[in-house]
Write a protein that binds this ligand. Structure first.
Ligand code: IPD
Ligand code: CA
Length: 282
């Protein structure tokens, strides 16, 4: 028996962008990107958890813009944002937003920073939609549950698919480091064990962008300890909808302890190395 033809790519894309909440998130991410590209000379940099954990005037402006737009289009939803937004709604849906993921890159004008907007079903914790927009590259990564993952680059849509690398020793791996020196020392200890077992490591500076690069098969996998819900809410759905496997360590779900997202062929091997080195502990 032959299987029915899968939907034509254009029909699948049309179905995805017809999702009303995804369309709202895309429009807001695009508007936020424009706002962020118009940067003032003085970013009014302040520090948060440590001296290297920075926040700029533009992180705050961007979050205020997203919150205000969501208030117009989705007034009954909850909102959680990296820069302090915390609103309780009545709809059972929660927007989890990072106005700039990759603030250090934004500050230093490294292009890998993005606006990340995820929509979560609160009673299950499941991600419903996600948008990651990289303004400098004009790349918008999008997904909704069950509808695949796409990137729109300079207006052209392309379906995302994880890599077909089957050998961890040939894998290009993304990771990231936290802002406390204790956490970083432990991440360096784990890195010493991972680095000789993979082709190479990239530390690009934005969890959400890293996850989209896994979705696109540019990176074969990504792991990090210490990321927050707003860092991965959108990107993790995009990666899974592109075929990635996502987990924590020791059978746990993804969380602040650890997130491991990789193509299905190497995910298990990566998890095994991280578990052997207790990468979910400082
Ligand atoms: C950070 C970035 C970075 C990751 C850190 C995050 P921020 O988010 O995603 O890549 O390594 O763990 O905190 O502070 O730029 O929004
Ligand atoms: Ca972030």
């Amino acid at each position: 028996m032959t299987s029915p033809p899968s939907k034509a790519p254009s029909a699948a894309f049309a179905e995805l962008i017809a999702e009303p909440n995804l369309a709202i998130a895309m429009a807001i991410a695009s508007g936020t990107g424009k706002l962020l590209l118009d940067r003032p000379d003085d970013l009014e940099v302040q520090t948060k958890s440590t001296a290297t954990d920075v926040v700029t005037l533009m992180d705050k402006r961007a979050e205020a813009f997203i919150v205000s737009e969501l208030g117009i289009h989705r007034p009954n939803d909850s909102i959680l944002g990296e820069e302090g937004a915390n609103q309780t709604g009545t709809s059972g849906l929660q927007w989890v937003i990072d106005p700039i993921d990759g603030t250090v890159n934004y500050l230093h004008k490294v292009p890998h920073w993005c606006v990340s907007i995820g929509l979560i079903e609160q009673n299950t914790g499941e991600a419903l939609s996600g948008v990651v927009y990289v303004p400098v590259l004009d790349s918008m990564y999008i997904s909704s549950r069950g509808l695949g993952a796409w990137v729109i680059e300079q207006g052209m849509p392309r379906r995302l698919q994880v890599s077909d690398c089957t050998d961890l020793s040939k894998a290009l791996m993304g990771t990231g480091f936290g802002y406390s020196s204790t956490r970083r020392a432990s991440q360096a200890r784990v890195l010493q064990q991972v680095l000789p077992k993979v082709a190479d490591i990239r530390r690009l500076g934005s969890c959400a962008v890293d996850l989209c690069l896994v979705a696109d098969g540019v990176l074969d996998g990504y792991y990090e300890r210490g990321v927050n819900a707003w860092d991965h809410a959108a990107g993790e759905l995009i990666a899974r909808e592109a075929g990635a496997i996502s987990s924590g360590l020791f059978g746990k779900p993804i969380g602040n302890d650890m997130i491991v997202v990789a193509n299905p062929a190497i995910h298990g091997d990566l998890v095994a190395i991280l578990e052997a080195n207790q990468a979910d502990q400082d």
